[in-house]
Write a protein that binds this ligand. Structure first.
Ligand SMILES: Nc1ncnc2c1ncn2[C@@H]1O[C@H](COP(=O)(O)OP(=O)(O)OP(=O)(O)O)[C@@H](O)[C@H]1O
Length: 473
């Protein structure tokens, strides 16, 4: 409210959205114009959710907001932008596209730039926003208030301070543990090969005991997400999938069905791990142990929001124990063991594995992998790269790497051969020395024996009386 830049770091579900929406609405009410505020967020679903909060809280002001995200009609979006909405909520990629291609709107006069999930926006992860952010920052005025929010700001603080340079006010909710108190955090140690049987058992248990609970299951890849959804449906569980390989409309439809509790189980990749606020979610299951503690914090934060209780169970295989330790170290809390009835898991083991295999075969028969390839090509085109050229470059790079590897292997082999030869020669030398020593010893012994014999002979000769010759006398 004082006009300074601001960085806000507080736990998941603690109300960071309202913390920026309300002051912005206050300022907007004093001097309303469009485009007054730009909110950037990493995912399309989150953009819709933030827009919803603006709509609800800004209704008395007659607020006009506009959502600019990928996967939706660009012409309709351009038209909306030209009508000068008060607030634009966008994902960086699509907004940058509009800025590059359109002259019907600009963001030269915005008073507020909000970056929700700011650390994710600045991360160079699987989706790299750097280039799009450059376009957006270039188009935005330097005289503005920049507000950065996330539950995990601290490790990107330096970069963030560069962006929010106007005497930034930094607020971090102080707490020993980095996850919320009302969250019961558990791990379940499972052998990799029987993971899915444990998952089915867990869901069956929650489904039987708490039919009104909603569950989010996080997976590491789109493919696993798709297969698990097919598998759970075969077991008659009410599940829907959400991942980046789905068409945008299907993504929104899946989320809407889950939010309205038509489906109680959402299987999702990390596209759903940040920001989503669904109060009915009581359980989060991590089908894979997150590779980064930060991802864990956001995933489990989809439950136990706004003072509610919740439970998070992370499946940990024999290969992931170090990841579990890293999570515990980061969140400053030890996870408790979650016990299950192993006999029940054993009972369904074969059935689950057969169903999973069936689903895998079914998915392979579709063009899922091909689609993935097409999506990759699309992404490259959007980044201004030629996919064929990129593929060629990649193949050449792989060839060079292969050659380098072969060369390294040859060097290693030669070195090993040389070392082996050296060792052999050393051994031979040592053997020869030993032989020579032995021969010397034998020779010495022989000489000693000879000398001994001679001495004995001499002694015997001295002891004998002198021989007499009768005739001469
Ligand atoms: N003062 C409040 N009293 C009660 N509920 C609130 C209050 N402020 C916000 N909420 C509610 O708390 C929930 C979580 O808020 P919000 O989504 O803003 O969390 P967040 O801090 O942004 O979490 P995340 O880090 O996961 O994005 C929302 O449903 C919101 O409506």
């Amino acid at each position: 409210m004082e006009g300074r830049d601001c960085m806000g770091c507080a736990k998941t579900g603690s109300g960071k959205t309202a913390a920026f929406v309300l002051p912005i609405l206050q300022k907007l009410s004093e001097d309303p114009y469009g485009i007054f505020c730009l909110v950037l967020t990493p995912t399309r679903e989150l953009a819709y959710q933030i827009a919803e909060q603006f709509r609800v809280l800004g209704k008395p002001l007659g607020l006009k907001e506009c959502i600019i995200v990928g996967g939706m009609d660009m012409v309709a979006q351009a038209l909306e932008l030209s009508r000068k909405p008060h607030v634009v909520i966008a994902t960086p990629g699509r907004l940058a596209d509009h800025l590059r291609s359109s002259s019907t709107f600009n963001i030269k006069k915005i008073r507020f730039l909000v970056m929700d999930e700011a650390d994710r926006l600045l991360e160079q992860g699987c989706t790299d926003f750097t280039k799009d952010l450059e376009v957006i920052f270039d188009a935005a005025p330097t005289q503005r208030q920049t507000l950065l929010f996330s539950a995990t700001l601290t490790d990107t603080l330096k970069v963030l301070q560069g962006i929010a340079a106007n005497r930034p006010f930094f607020w971090e909710a102080q707490a020993e543990v980095r996850t919320v108190e009302q969250l019961d955090q558990r791990y379940l140690l499972v052998p990799e090969k029987v993971k899915d049987a444990y998952l089915v058992h867990l869901i069956q248990t929650f489904h039987d005991e708490h039919a009104d609970w909603s569950i989010i299951i996080f997976t590491s890849t789109c493919k696993t997400c798709q297969i698990l959804n097919m598998m759970l449906r075969k077991f008659n569980f009410p599940s829907v999938a959400l991942h980046s390989m789905m068409k945008q409309k299907a993504r929104f439809a899946a989320l809407a069905k889950f939010k309205s509790s038509v489906y109680r189980i959402l299987i999702a990749t990390d596209v759903a791990s940040r920001g989503l606020d669904i109060p009915t979610v009581q359980v989060v299951i991590n089908h894979n142990t997150p590779g980064l503690p930060k991802i864990y914090i956001h995933r489990v934060g989809r439950t136990a929001r706004a003072g509610r209780h919740g439970i998070a169970i992370t499946l940990v295989t024999q290969y992931d124990i170090h990841l579990l330790h890293a999570i515990e170290e980061e969140i400053k809390k030890k996870l408790d063991d979650f016990s299950v009835e192993e006999a029940k898991v054993l009972k369904i083991l074969t059935q689950v594995n057969v169903v999973r295999r069936e689903c895998e075969i079914k998915l392979e028969a579709t063009d899922f992998d091909e689609k993935k390839e097409i999506n990759k090509r699309k992404q490259l085109i959007l980044e201004g790269k030629d996919p064929d050229l990129e593929a060629k470059r990649k193949a050449e790079l792989a060839k060079i790497r292969q050659k380098n590897k072969q060369f390294k292997d040859r060097v290693m082999q030669t070195m090993q051969r040389r070392v082996a030869l050296k060792m052999k020669r050393k051994q031979q030398k040592r053997k020869l020395q030993q032989q020579q020593q032995q021969e010397q010893q034998d020779h010495q012994q022989q000489v000693q024996q000879k000398q001994k014999k001679q001495k004995q002979k001499l002694k015997q000769q001295q002891l004998l009386p002198p021989t007499t010759t009768k005739g001469k006398k």
